[in-house]
Write a protein that binds this ligand. Structure first.
Ligand code: DQA
Length: 152
């Protein structure tokens, strides 16, 4: 991979480490390692490099977003439950300059009312939900397109 390949941080919030085992009827049977592999392949095909992270801790996610300011051209983020609660993650994302795509495996708008509100959406360039793990790949497609347009 050439060193000028743009890096995309793909961030995952709490409980997503249990993907594949956790409520598979909602989130599917693929593991987070499967999603990571698929993201890395799709990123390479798009001329991008993906750096995958998962954390169950809000502060760690905030600090990873701070690192993205120096290390990433774009962010794809599934903040999981922090979507609905974290002003801190929203504020960290508001301090990031590049494209931000929010992803949810499930269609959060068809579920409990509290899942319809996202703090993160207030900082996101775009939002993809309800398409399972394919949403991550579509988010990478969108990032490649947005970065191309920026370069323009
Ligand atoms: C989720 C939706 C959230 O409401 C939930 O808390 C998650 C996963 C999704 O990918 O569908 O943990 O972000």
């Amino acid at each position: 991979m050439p060193s000028d390949t743009p890096t995309v941080f793909v961030l995952n919030g709490p409980n997503l480490n249990l993907l594949g085992k956790r409520q598979p009827e909602i989130y599917g049977t693929e593991t987070l390692a499967d999603v990571e592999r698929a993201c890395s392949e799709r990123a390479a095909n798009l001329g991008l490099s993906s750096a995958f992270h998962q954390s169950n801790h809000e502060g760690e996610i905030v600090e990873t977003i701070h690192r993205a300011r120096d290390e990433a051209a774009a962010i794809v983020i599934n903040p999981a439950a922090y979507t609905h609660t974290s002003v801190a993650i929203m504020d960290a994302l508001l301090a990031f300059d590049g494209p931000i795509i929010e992803v949810h495996l499930s269609n959060v708008h068809r579920r409990e009312e509290f899942r319809s509100h996202s703090w993160v959406s207030k900082a996101a360039t775009g939002v993809i939900c309800g398409l399972g793990s394919r949403g991550y790949l579509l988010a990478l497609d969108a990032v490649a397109d947005l970065l191309d347009r920026e370069a323009g």
